[in-house]
Design a protein around this ligand. Structure first.
Ligand code: ZN
Length: 585
């Protein structure tokens, strides 16, 4: 491709709209333009990168017997009603009506549509297992689109779905996907960490998120040297085992007047005591029944752990009316004193608290000198607080490492959740009707691109892994209007093209400094500079984007050298086997 003919408009300055590096660089390098909040044009350079990522994904999905199809972005309400997700997805789902007043949504995921295909097209156990996938635009009505394509309202995803007649068959396909995911990300130049995650509204049992560590990530993962890793929601840790606490002096419970002091911050301020001396009591409605959950004042309740620990399906914070009915007090003044132990759940840390402070279940009042066992009884001690820096691995006891991360992929064992709801069945070997067992496997395609840039850049621009760079190589005469430089450049460009190298040729008659800056910003992995002095000695300059020094190469050897380098670089990306660990489940 001749750069003079490319649709490239690079920018010197960081755009105001962009906060994170990947967003800034995608705009500056002329890859991405905003159309509306969370909605973008992928300009040719950006689209080329996305296409290369898609190709890698297709190769790896096809290698594990995935079959590509394409489902509609617009889905009828009736299908989503069958699983209850028309309601459940709430405001995140884009909804629209046709001219007859019929309801549709723009798909953010396709379990309903694919399960509909399965129940119509797959008749027999002989057709199983089967895995179908698509690469498609998805929609999500984000309240706060941010970070460019990292969290947009319209984005490209690969989603795959598998159908099985046994759990063993699903386990096998899950492991295949786990391996394929690792390969996909490695080939895109990304080292990912698979962590255990909560299935959330998609449902199902085992599932893993593939995370790439990055300070701009929205998620936190907790990792251990032993290989154990989980996202924040699922980060369990070893509960501290201590001796029972000794109360310093004979103290008895005392009611204190705390007008308007309804938060931990206000309590700390008005009583001049740190938050870890209080108990935080929050009332939840769990499967329709109220319960009180208690953690130390400086901790956060982890709703996923609470929901799992209680073994309930739905969990939501109670409103003021519900709290009043349940405790007799108002929001911000709840506490376990006087509550029936069967409705009180506490984090094990509470066991060791001495002369603590909690709400008195009465507006504007707290208790001080409250002690577990003496003043209240806990029905169930379960770990319900978020992990924090310093917590220890439940497997090996070493300290967990908390890291910011970006989620690139998520794989789920769905089981029969969707096939049950949608009555999707097949005939087994005894001609009996059985419900499909399903798996689902997603990858954020556009998010990969952002994450790669986020982890591969310097002050001058993007440093692409060769596998997904918009062009593998750039040929550039220092002075385009010099006949000799131009002639040699054209020749090298032509030869590289003939050899199947994805090559760009900077044939613009611009200042060399300007062209060098563009080349760094766009991040061509390889650059051939044809300059006046060197060609006198029959040499050109060959430079790798991620190396400081260029090497001088004989003109007639440069093409073969480039071919070799590309081969070596791609092999490097593929050879991740020493780091790879098989799926643990
Ligand atoms: Zn460990």
């Amino acid at each position: 491709m001749r750069v003079s003919k490319m649709l490239t408009h690079t920018l010197k300055e960081d755009p105001q709209e962009a906060e994170v590096m990947s967003h800034k660089l995608m705009i500056r390098a002329g890859m991405l333009r905003r159309v509306s909040s969370g909605i973008y044009n992928y300009l040719p350079l950006g689209w080329k990168v996305i296409r290369k990522v898609m190709d890698i994904i297709r190769e790896e999905m096809n290698a594990i017997e995935g079959q590509e199809l394409l489902m509609p972005a617009m889905n009828p309400r009736e299908l989503w009603e069958e699983t209850g997700r028309w309601e459940e997805m709430g405001d995140n789902l884009f909804r629209l009506k046709d001219r007859w007043g019929r309801d549709y949504c723009l798909g953010m995921t396709h379990e309903e549509v694919i399960t509909d295909i399965a129940r119509k097209e797959i008749q027999s156990y002989k057709d199983l297992p089967i895995m179908l996938y698509q690469i498609q635009t998805k929609f999500r009505d984000e309240p706060r689109p941010r970070a460019g394509v990292m969290r947009g309202r319209e984005f490209i995803m690969k989603d795959a779905y598998s159908f099985h007649d046994s759990d063993e068959s699903l386990d096998e396909k899950y492991r295949d996907n786990y391996r394929a995911y690792w390969r996909i990300f490695a080939r895109c130049g990304m080292e990912t960490v698979p962590v255990k995650a909560d299935p959330g509204p998609i449902g199902g049992t085992d599932n893993h998120e593939f995370m790439v560590l990055s300070p701009v990530g929205e998620d936190t993962v907790f990792l251990c040297e032993c290989g154990n890793g989980a996202n924040k929601e699922m980060a369990y840790f070893k509960d501290e085992e201590k001796d029972p606490p000794v109360r310093s002096k004979e103290s008895s419970r005392e009611k204190i007047h705390t007008p308007g002091v309804s938060t931990i911050e206000k309590l700390c301020k008005s009583l001049k005591i740190s938050a870890d001396r209080f108990m935080k009591a929050i009332v939840y409605i769990a499967d329709g029944k109220p319960i009180m959950a208690i953690v130390r004042g400086d901790r956060d309740i982890n709703q996923v752990k609470l929901r799992r620990g209680l073994g309930v399906k739905t969990l939501a914070m109670a409103n003021d009316d519900e709290i009043l009915k349940f405790t007799g007090g108002h929001l911000g003044f709840s506490g376990p004193v006087g509550m029936d132990p069967s409705v009180v759940v506490a984090d094990p840390e509470i066991k060791y608290m001495v002369d603590t402070i909690c709400g008195a279940n009465e507006k504007d009042y707290h208790f001080r000198n409250v002690n577990p066992g003496t003043d209240f009884t806990v029905g169930k001690y379960i770990q319900i607080r978020d992990a924090v820096e310093g917590d220890k691995c439940p497997e090996c006891g070493k300290v967990l490492d908390a890291k910011r991360s970006i989620e690139l992929g998520h794989i789920f064992k769905l089981g029969r959740k969707y096939s049950n709801d949608m009555k999707a069945t097949f005939l087994d070997d005894k001609s009996e009707r059985k419900t499909f067992i399903m798996g689902c496997y997603g990858i954020g395609v556009t998010r990969i691109v952002a994450a790669v840039i986020e982890t591969h850049n310097d002050k001058n621009g993007i440093i692409w892994p060769i596998s997904i760079a918009p062009y593998e190589c750039l040929v550039m005469p220092v002075m385009y209007n010099d006949d000799e430089q131009r002639g040699i450049s054209e020749e090298i460009y032509k030869k590289l093209k003939e050899k199947g190298i994805d090559v760009a040729y900077d044939d613009r008659d611009s200042r060399p400094g300007f062209k060098f800056k563009d080349a760094d910003l766009i991040g061509y992995p390889l650059r051939v500079i044809v300059g006046k002095k060197a060609i006198k000695d029959g040499l050109v300059e060959l430079k790798l984007r991620d190396e400081k020094e260029a090497q001088m190469v004989k003109i007639e050897e440069v093409v073969d050298m480039i071919i070799d380098i590309i081969k070596v670089e791609k092999t490097k990306l593929m050879s991740f086997s020493d780091r790879f660990e098989e799926c643990p489940c």
